[in-house]
Design a binder for this molecule. Structure first.
Ligand code: ATP
Ligand code: MG
Length: 430
């Protein structure tokens, strides 16, 4: 016998019990986004590779080692499974000239792909909700995006998610900081790991963000970008903080929170929890005023964030959120050829009035069908056998309480079932 095939490591099946929780989450997310005036956009999952090398930057974990890239077998084009959504979203906005009549608030949700070492909270196919505001200079929109996070955690009942904030200033400010940073890091060359040594001259800011415990103490002492910011950047940063304080949102300033790419600027933020072990960032975002130009558009300010759906759902279930398995209103038992034909009409008729009907398919004895009906969790079984079929009737049998069963003509079935389920019937029962 051949071995059964398995999913790719780090790419998960989301089975029905979980998938229903996902749907519940997605419904809440849609309502939440609508409340802030964000509109949906859907982009392809595969994009030309240069989109990501240009948008994310050559010297990043993602582009250096995490992308699933391949050649199109017909024309040799270099393609990549999207590792994130911002690049595609901005590409789509430029391609369709969406900003022609003013700024836009957009969001998307879907799978992203990164070739990482799979572990709890870190997968090779994972899902993000991405939120992008294009054409807004802020700091009001930056702060609004942070308030959005706070509201969603509240709506989901999530506790223990804290906000970290930083300001990356502008390119000139970062350039001055960068030379001091390189000098400092070079002075501690013996403490740098391989990644850091490689990035020392290409992307030193990103070294501050290292997860290597052996480097923590050394990077703590590095020159802080905040000390290099001029008046305008500081005013923007102060503007964001003022709105957060007015809204009663707590935060801490983390000078090591960085993005490390030239077109990321000003506000950066992360929502972090200690409840998920090492993979504690559930949402990350900030301003990327330089990206539109980087992708060939006319300058437009932009700000956005992405949430990791798996991490948020892990937190959501850890904090006691379990869904009841949804049950049908009615389980439809049927036996015999004539009954089976009536059953289809009855089932569709009941669905017409909005009921969820589980129609027994595949035959079997009444006894075995009744067992299934019971296991389905339905409140009511409708039974159609030869007798009922001949009389133009069905039997209604309550499954969860001791009320008597009774026969009802097909014509009156919808009324009787509706009345029984919703309790507005005159004689108070089946
Ligand atoms: P990390 O430092 O954890 O690798 P990142 O900086 O690569 O994170 P972003 O690109 O900012 O992450 O993505 C935004 C969010 O998407 C993260 O905060 C996280 O919640 C989620 N995320 C990123 N990579 C993964 C992954 N491989 N598996 C699951 N969730 C992920
Ligand atoms: Mg990463």
């Amino acid at each position: 016998m051949s071995q059964t095939l398995q999913a790719i490591r780090g790419m998960n099946d989301i089975l029905p019990d979980d998938a229903e929780l996902w749907e519940e989450f997605e419904d809440l997310v849609r309502q939440w986004l609508r409340a802030y005036g964000y509109r949906p956009i859907r982009m392809p999952i595969v994009e030309p590779t240069p989109l990501f090398s240009r948008a994310i930057g050559e010297v990043t974990d993602i582009v250096e080692k995490e992308m699933y890239s391949f050649e199109d077998r017909l024309n040799g084009e270099h393609l990549t499974l999207r590792p994130e959504g911002t690049a595609s979203c901005v590409r789509a906005v430029l391609q369709h000239n969406l900003l022609y009549d003013g700024p836009k608030r957009l969001w998307y949700m879907g799978p992203m792909f990164r070739h990482e070492r799979p572990q709890k909270g870190r997968y090779r196919q994972f899902h993000q909700v991405g939120v992008e505001a294009l054409g807004y200079e802020g700091p009001d929109v930056d702060a609004e995006q942070i308030l959005m996070g706070a509201r969603l955690w509240h709506d989901l009942g999530l506790r223990d998610i804290r906000l970290e904030l930083n300001c990356l200033g502008q390119a000139e400010e970062r350039a001055r900081h960068r030379s001091d940073l390189i000098a400092y890091l070079s002075g501690h060359a013996d403490r740098l790991d391989d990644d850091a040594r490689r990035r020392l001259h290409t992307n030193p800011l990103r070294i501050l963000d290292t997860k290597n415990p052996a480097m923590q103490e050394m990077v703590e002492g590095a020159p802080k970008l905040l000390d290099y910011l001029g008046g305008e950047s500081l005013a923007h940063f102060e503007g964001v903080q003022r709105i957060l304080r007015d809204a009663g949102i707590g935060f801490s300033i983390n000078p090591r929170l960085v993005r490390g790419l030239d077109y990321y600027n000003l506000t950066v933020f992360e929502w972090v929890t200690d409840r998920l072990g090492a993979q504690g960032t559930v949402c990350a975002g900030g301003r990327y005023d330089g990206l539109v130009v980087q992708l060939g558009g006319k300058p437009q300010p932009a700000c956005g964030f992405a949430m990791g759906v798996e991490r948020l759902l892990a937190l959501w279930s850890d904090q006691g959120n379990r869904l009841e398995r949804p049950v049908p209103d009615v389980y439809l038992v049927n036996q015999g050829e004539a009954a089976a034909r009536h059953a289809f009409r009855v089932a569709e008729h009941l669905r017409d009035i909005g009921l969820a009907v589980q129609h027994h398919c595949g035959g079997g004895s009444f006894k075995s069908q009744m067992k299934r009906a019971d296991a389905s969790g339905a409140a009511l079984a409708i039974i159609i056998g030869d007798d009922e079929a001949a009389a133009g009737e069905a039997t209604l049998k309550p499954l969860r309480e001791s009320a008597e069963q009774r026969r009802v003509a097909f014509d009156e079935l919808a009324d009787a079932v509706g009345a029984w389920l919703y309790g507005d019937d005159d004689d108070g029962g089946v």
